[in-house]
Design a protein around this ligand. Structure first.
Ligand SMILES: Nc1ncnc2c1ncn2[C@@H]1O[C@H](COP(=O)(O)OP(=O)(O)OP(=O)(O)O)[C@@H](O)[C@H]1O
Ligand SMILES: [Mg+2]
Length: 253
């Protein structure tokens, strides 16, 4: 199976703070991988490192067939257009219609466009088909701010798919949603990724959602991978170690 992500000793430092330390990671086509770990453990940093949104050092970092460490300027933009991102707070433009929000996901291939109506007929048809896929074709012309959180995340998923990504990254995609919506949005992510044969790497805070919706679970603690397990084999003792509170540090007297 092809590895869409292959990282060896991937490290991210912010000044003196090591946010990610010597992470080895392979993600294969069709896999859904959940990243778990306490707040500050490096989940978002790992997702951002894969498209070099943060300064990275690695023995090897390959994403969607590209050697990420070697990419410059336009090549880095090309990588980012091959990777779909879904965020906790959707990052839609609230005053634009759902359709236009989805269309913006294809901007990299659209050339010079005018947001007020210069998208091609083919792009509009593709965006509408994606809205239909996520169950929102009836809402295409409405401003997306009037939609519920779950619906907005569906629009964001359609937008990510507009760019025909080779990989979907999702940073806490359901943390702003109630449990029922969280389930349906994760099920949708999984389905659309399976339809396209692309992997999903998503950070989650809820262990039960990771067990239900992921094939594999990676546990990060202090920037290191301490769990890499099939979801159904995830061990409770390992989870306890993952989330155990750090020893208290007292101020010097
Ligand atoms: N841009 C940045 N500049 C400086 N430090 C950063 C930056 N981004 C993250 N960090 C630090 O890197 C570490 C890991 O942060 P990260 O946001 O990846 O954690 P996380 O696991 O996503 O946490 P959460 O569950 O709260 O979202 C933290 O110590 C954080 O303060
Ligand atoms: Mg985070």
């Amino acid at each position: 199976m092809t590895a869409v992500v292959r990282a060896r000793r991937l490290t991210v430092r912010f000044g003196g703070n090591t946010a990610l330390e010597a992470v080895d990671l392979d993600v294969h086509a069709g896999e859904v991988v959940a990243l778990l770990g306490p707040s500050g453990s490096g989940k978002s940093t790992l997702l951002r490192a894969l498209t070099r949104m943060v300064p990275t050092v690695a023995d090897e970092l390959a994403v969607a067939g590209r050697d990420v460490n070697k990419l410059r300027g336009g090549q880095l933009r090309a990588l980012r257009s091959d990777v779909g991102y879904v965020f906790q707070h959707f990052h839609l433009v609230p005053t634009l219609s759902c359709l236009t929000n989805v269309l913006t996901g294809g901007l990299h291939e659209a050339g010079t466009v005018n947001l007020l109506g210069m998208f091609s007929t083919a792009q509009r048809a593709k965006a509408l088909a994606l809205l239909e896929r996520v169950g929102l074709e009836q809402r295409a012309r409405e401003r997306c701010r009037v939609l519920s959180g779950g619906q907005q995340q569906r629009v964001a998923i359609a937008r990510a798919l507009m760019q025909d990504p080779q990989l979907l990254l999702a940073d806490e995609p359901v943390s702003s949603l109630d449990p029922q919506l969280a389930d349906s949005v994760l099920a949708l992510l999984r389905e659309v990724a399976a339809e396209r044969g692309i992997p999903v790497l998503m950070s989650l805070h809820a262990v039960d959602l990771a067990r239900t919706h992921a094939d594999r679970i990676i546990g990060l603690r202090h920037g290191r991978v301490i769990i890499d397990s099939r979801a159904h084999q995830l061990d409770d003792a390992a989870l306890t170690r993952l989330y155990q509170p750090a020893p208290e540090v007292h101020d010097a007297q």
